[in-house]
Write a protein that binds this ligand. Sequence first.
Ligand code: 5GP
Length: 194
Amino acid sequence: MKKGLLVILSGPSGVGKGTIREYLMKDKNVNLQYSISMTTRSPRNGEINGKDYFFVTREEFLNALKHHKLLEHAKFVDNYYGTPKDYVEKLRNEGKNVLLEIETRGAKQVIDKMHSDDEISIFLVPPSLEELEKRIRGRKTETEDLIKKRMAKAKRELKKETFYDYIVENDTPENAANKILNIILSHIKKDETN
Ligand code: 5GP
């Protein structure tokens, strides 16, 4: 059976990766499976363990890391985030296309290990930094201090776009999701003709 695609969706915090992920997951043509990450961050209102994230203690996270259970990981504004390796491999070996929605340092780790056409990296950028700050503030989930930290981080993250196969501007979530779906579909078609 043909191995499924690995699609890395990255970009600064607040750029809208989560919203776009929801659009992507609804599309029946690409039939993506979302890789649920592990994090030491506390759940936000409405977030569900095992659906949005696996919420773990710092000790559990470091233990998974020590036993090589993570495909990539990063510390992001005081918390750890990582992608469980076995789950992603299992899905891909079953022929399923898997979506990783991760920040830039983790994305770079996966990109550095990538060596086939079955892996695509996409960097989502905001129309402007002002727009990004408006979106982070609009979420009303972070304190002023955390907003400042996330904005400072975003400025650094935006310089990383050269690592990626594709750069997509999130002008509106529908447009950006459609652009990404077309990228994925063109890879699936290319694979079928090879
Ligand atoms: P948030 O706290 O807003 O849910 O996530 C913070 C950042 O961590 C976001 O940019 C999000 O995409 C990223 N992230 C979520 N899961 C992972 C993961 O497994 N690995 C990495 N490297 N980043 C992640």
